[in-house]
Design a protein around this ligand. Structure first.
Ligand code: HPA
Length: 257
């Protein structure tokens, strides 16, 4: 089954939801919605920050969410993220697929592999090429413009925005966009062997770029205008991918039993 994780500004899928589910996991309980499509396909939707955007990025119950989705039989995830741009090449409103990430988080549980035993998960290719390809195809057919290359996401701890010096440093290191939620979400998906792709929506220029001072209001405003387009793209892609992504050419996942 395919799951869609909606970030800031994407709290539901277009159309009527059909069934609410509570997922019990060793890491806590998580609420998701099941969407039954006419051809018998089910899609799971989860609002990353919970109902009403209640949970801040450094306190997200990511382990409960990923564990619960895996228990439901989810094999592929399409997600949305609001991001700041580290360059004016990605003006607000730009949509881009995620190609890699850098982790600057500080205080979150970032793994299921908490011992005993040592497991090192390969994150050379965190973002699934098959799911990314499906998103590009569907976006082209829907006439939704995507940035031509996949971008590098810098994940910060938040909840504060970054300083202009931090943003300059992240850009020098090779980052394209900055957000607060890809880590550990994408890593945990990888640990469970769930294929994962992310669409970033640029809501603002990051701190100090052309004098920008990011604000939560600005992020919500842009997401309010463009969030539905992203949700439609992900829903259509999920419907076309079908029951399970065909990931026979993807690198081997390090799934846990
Ligand atoms: N920084 C971090 N996270 C964000 C930003 C930003 O500028 N915009 C949207 N999410």
């Amino acid at each position: 089954m395919i799951a869609i994780i909606g970030g800031t500004g994407v709290y539901q899928l277009p159309g009527a939801e059909t069934e609410e589910r509570e997922l019990e996991t060793p890491y806590g309980t998580i609420g998701v919605t099941l969407r039954h499509l006419p051809d018998g396909l089910d899609i799971v939707f989860a609002a990353r920050h919970g109902k009403g955007h209640a949970v801040p990025p450094h306190r997200l119950p990511s382990r409960a969410l990923l564990w619960g989705l895996r228990d439901m039989g989810v094999t592929g995830i399409l997600s949305t993220s609001a991001v700041g741009a580290l360059t004016t090449d990605l003006p607000p409103g730009t949509l881009a697929l995620l190609g890699d990430f850098m982790d600057f988080t500080k205080s979150r549980p970032t793994t299921f592999h908490d011992g005993p035993g040592v497991v090192h998960v390969d994150v050379t290719e965190t973002y699934c090429p098959t799911l990314r390809g499906a998103l590009r195809d569907v976006a082209a057919r829907m006439g939704v413009p995507l940035y031509p290359r996949d971008v590098v996401y810098v994940c910060t701890e938040g909840p504060r925005f970054e300083t202009p010096s931090e943003i300059r440093a992240y850009r020098m290191l090779g980052g394209d966009v900055v957000g607060m939620t890809q880590v550990p979400e994408a890593v945990l998906a990888r640990e469970l062997g769930i294929h994962y792709a992310g669409v970033a929506l640029v809501t603002n220029l990051a701190a100090g770029i052309e004098g920008s001072r990011p604000s939560h209001h600005e992020v919500l405003d842009l997401m309010g205008r463009s969030g539905e387009t992203v949700a439609r793209l992900l829903l259509q892609a999920a419907a076309e991918i079908g029951e399970n992504p065909d990931c026979s050419h993807c690198p081997k996942s390090e799934g846990m039993s």
